[in-house]
Design a protein around this ligand. Structure first.
Ligand code: NAD
Length: 362
């Protein structure tokens, strides 16, 4: 994250295209609390609560606003009746014990004051235990204690379905997973189950991770190949699946890529929107991250509804339909898939704002 001095809090809020920012300074802990509500046309804003120390409150606010906008796109991308929101607890430093609990309880009571306009959940820096504390104060917690699940395998299932749809649409490897060379960058909560699904269907997996031993062990298990993390971009493959960190698609790496398709779980893969144009010029098809990585986001509300695994998997697999629709729209309009996905989201939000859309989780 950039640490250059950002604008003032007033300037940041004035310049934002979101709906509202709820701001509170928590005196007992010296924490700035920001709840950013980007767009609630589709329903109450649902998004996690990030807890971390930032160089300044403005950095925390900017993060909340950026993440809230991302949630608008994520929910609209899967046609779920939720709006985009996110909260940030910008703590002055490490916080635990009674001081942490006090902050979480006051945050929970703040959510009560918002009467469900924003529903929170886990994010970087917050834990299931933190959510349990918040849930003692408010009902506005996305996955209630006891309903928590690991979204990684569902995200992986969605990415797998998205890759299959994209190789069929773009006729890569004859539209088949069997024999497809997929480079999975990062074999963590999502990358590992994704590699297992792919290998199970006969794909040739190329695996890398900063933890080289982890990649080597999994490659051994799956009959794949481990490659050094530094060679993730330049290694020839059919599909590059970024499943590690954001912003791996930047002007430098895009020139190195030797793949036909990009589809993976990492959030915010494009370093800037312009990179999507260069990817297309290079003849590579980029499947937008927030579409293909939506499996975990799809699963969480269904779990809260008490859906069983079969129903959740069926809903997650619909990622494939969305990927197909976006790739067709892009091809028909002569635009990038990233632009096509954003266009589709804007249309969904506009229909909802006109009262023409009824969405449901199932
Ligand atoms: P994770 O932390 O479990 O795994 C990430 C793996 O990537 C780790 O093994 C790490 O060592 C490795 N890694 C980090 N930097 C790397 C690099 N430069 N090169 C190679 N490997 C590197 O995370 P995760 O839950 O698997 O999520 C992966 C990505 O997908 C993240 O960007 C996350 O935000 C995104 N995402 C995850 C989910 C989910 O359900 N977990 C949902 C949507 C998006």
């Amino acid at each position: 994250m950039k640490t250059t001095a950002p604008d003032s809090i007033e300037r940041l809020i004035e310049g934002w295209d979101g709906e509202a920012v709820v701001t509170r300074f928590d005196k007992p802990t010296g924490t700035w609390i920001f709840v950013a509500l980007h767009d609630t046309s589709l329903g109450p804003a649902v998004g996690g609560c990030r807890l971390r120390a930032y160089p300044s409150p403005q950095h925390g606010l900017r993060d909340a606003m950026r993440l809230a906008e991302g949630m608008t796109y994520k929910w609209a991308g899967i046609d779920f009746p939720f709006g985009g929101g996110k909260s940030v607890l910008a703590v002055p430093g490490p916080l635990d014990g009674a001081r942490r609990e006090g902050l979480l309880r006051r945050f929970g009571r703040l959510l009560n004051a918002l009467r469900g306009t924003y529903v929170t959940g886990e994010d970087l820096g917050t834990t299931p235990e933190d959510m349990s504390v918040i849930a003692e104060e408010t009902e506005y917690v996305h996955a209630r204690p006891g309903e928590l699940l690991d979204p990684g395998p569902y995200t992986a299932l969605g990415v797998f379905a998205g890759i299959e749809a994209a190789v069929q649409e773009c006729d890569v490897n004859g539209g088949r997973i069997d024999g497809l060379r997929v480079l999975v960058q990062g074999v963590g909560d999502v990358g590992e189950p994704l590699a297992r699904l792919l290998a199970g269907r006969g794909a040739r997996v190329l695996l890398c991770d900063l933890d080289a031993r982890k990649a080597a062990t999994l490659a051994g298990d799956l009959g794949g190949t481990a490659i050094p993390a530094a060679e993730a971009y330049s290694t020839e493959c059919d599909v590059y699946a970024p499943c590690a960190i954001g912003a791996t698609l930047n002007p430098g790496t895009v020139e190195e890529l030797r793949c036909a398709l990009i589809a993976g779980s990492a959030n915010n893969q494009l370093d800037s929107p312009r990179v999507a144009d260069r990817i297309a010029q290079r003849g590579i098809v980029y499947v937008p991250d927030y579409i293909v990585n939506a499996g975990g986001a799809t699963a969480l509300p269904l779990v809260a509804e008490g859906a069983d695994d079969e129903r959740i998997r069926e809903r997650v697999l619909r990622v494939a339909d969305t990927v197909r629709a976006i790739l067709r729209r892009a091809a028909d309009a002569g635009i990038t898939p990233a632009a096509a996905a954003d266009e589709r989201v804007r249309e969904t939000l506009a229909s909802a704002a006109r009262g023409e859309l009824e969405l449901s989780v199932s």
